[in-house]
Design a protein around this ligand. Structure first.
Ligand SMILES: [Zn+2]
Ligand SMILES: [Zn+2]
Length: 340
């Protein structure tokens, strides 16, 4: 834990990360009057705040998740000043509308990353490095074992699995987190293989992506699909659907999970899945190091994930490294895999 300093632009409070001169919070987990939101995953976006400020491209997904809250939406890169603190949102490359929040006050510049990834994603603009004095980073996959393949290789694996199942007359059921991962998979796979069926839990978010101008292939609900077509369909469902009666209608199916956690030996087997595809919306180990280096920040504060290894690594590199205790990183209670 870094010692809190009167000079710090962001400090940890029981309600969440707090900016003292601006008198606002970033991704607070308890209700506050002014909340700046990095992105609309449940551990970063909570209901009940007085005012919300978020990046404009994320307005639709934010409302799809918490309803019609009082929201000010700021285009990426546009600056506003609140009580002398200059605030701007910069692409984090994590999910639609995700942002790093840049704060500047009295000659100091801090950036709060929320969640981010450095690899490409057709559903949101790429991570943009922002120079700063202090960078507050996530560490969901902050261990050297986590290294992602090029996403095209992963989509090719998914396509091959789907084609083989379709040829055998077997439904392909792919579990993916409903916000972010599902849309990224939809945008990346080859829709000519067969019909794409989505679980009802995904429709509102798919619609919000389409309304924001993200191209997704046509999808339908099970109820709109001829049962004979299900044999060559790709069915996208949230991880919570695994083992549920909803799956019974598919008869013979193969199931798989798209998640960064699939890189850990044993995770797929423990979940009783036929396949695991390693695909994450978080930075891998090289991505975290690259992102931090690109900020030029001499000080780094880690919020969630594998906090200790990343803090230790940066301290060894001569950075002023510490951690904040937060309530991030539990996007789906009891199912940490879903958050990745
Ligand atoms: Zn997230
Ligand atoms: Zn997170």
């Amino acid at each position: 834990m870094p010692i809190s300093d009167d000079n710090d632009l962001v400090v940890a409070r029981p309600q969440g990360l707090y900016c003292p001169p601006g008198d606002f919070y970033i991704d607070p987990w308890r209700p506050v009057s002014h909340a700046l939101i990095t992105h609309a995953h449940g551990d970063h976006l909570r209901p009940g705040h007085g005012h919300y400020l978020a990046a404009a491209p994320g307005a639709g997904v934010l409302r799809a998740r918490v309803g019609d809250v009082p929201l000010q939406a700021l285009p990426y890169g546009e600056r506003i000043t609140h009580r002398g603190v200059t605030v701007s949102f910069h692409p984090a490359g994590h999910v639609l509308g995700s942002a790093q929040i840049r704060l500047e006050h009295a000659g100091r510049t801090w950036v709060v990353s929320g969640d981010y990834k450095t690899g490409p994603d057709p559903t949101c603009p790429p991570f943009e490095p922002v120079r700063c004095d202090t960078f507050i980073t996530e560490s969901t996959f902050g261990l050297p074992v986590f290294r992602w393949k090029p996403q095209q290789a992963v989509f090719a694996e998914i396509d091959a699995w789907w084609r083989a199942n379709a040829a055998a007359g077997r439904t392909s059921v792919l579990y993916a987190y409903s916000f972010g991962k599902a849309q990224r998979v939809l945008a990346g796979i080859d829709p000519s293989t067969g019909p794409i069926v989505v679980h009802g839990a995904m429709t509102a978010l798919n619609d919000a992506y389409r309304q924001a101008g993200v191209a997704l292939p046509p999808t339908r609900l099970v109820s709109e699909t001829d049962p004979a077509d299900l044999k060559r369909a790709l069915v996208m469902a949230p991880p919570s659907a695994q083992g549920s009666p909803w799956l019974k209608r598919f008869g013979d199916f193969s199931d798989a999970f798209a998640s960064g956690w699939m890189q850990l030996r044993g995770t797929r087997r423990r979940r009783g899945l036929d396949r695991g595809f390693v695909l994450s919306d978080h930075a891998d180990w090289p991505g975290l190091l690259e992102a931090v280096a690109a900020t030029g920040a001499p000080r780094v504060i880690v919020t969630h994930g594998y906090v200790d290894p990343l803090v230790r690594y940066f301290a060894e590199q001569g950075l002023d490294a510490g951690a904040f205790r937060t309530e991030y990183g539990d996007e789906a209670a009891g199912d940490p895999e879903a958050a990745a």
